[in-house]
Design a protein around this ligand. Sequence first.
Ligand code: ZN
Ligand code: ZN
Length: 138
Amino acid sequence: MPCLCCNRIRGYVYTGPAYSEKFHYLSGCICPWCVADGSAAKRFPARFADTGTVDGISTEIREELETKTPGFEAWQQEQWMVCCKDAAAYLGRAGASELKNEFAAAIPALKRWVKDEPTAYIFRCLHCQNYLAYADDA
Ligand SMILES: [Zn+2]
Ligand SMILES: [Zn+2]
């Protein structure tokens, strides 16, 4: 199926959240490239991340986060981690085993979300390279 925005068949579709008043079906119908370069957000208009819970970032960064950053599905409201006054890059969701193997460096960031089997959302600061993470509340 071609992307609704650029009409190209890319082989990948964006399936994360899309917030748009008129276009409720964007998720699954547009390609990740159109999300990343901002063209989907302009054309439809839509936002791909909900930054309502994010504090401490500038308007420009908020704008970039909402319109050019592919969002992700969390069980609950997604949260963006902020470090060095910028939104951190979302790396992915990790279960207990991925945490130990791939994201061991992120475990200290998760200490405040104590849980038996955490499913964590892992981020990394683009500036200081620190890992940031949170887990859904049980
Ligand atoms: Zn596209
Ligand atoms: Zn940082």
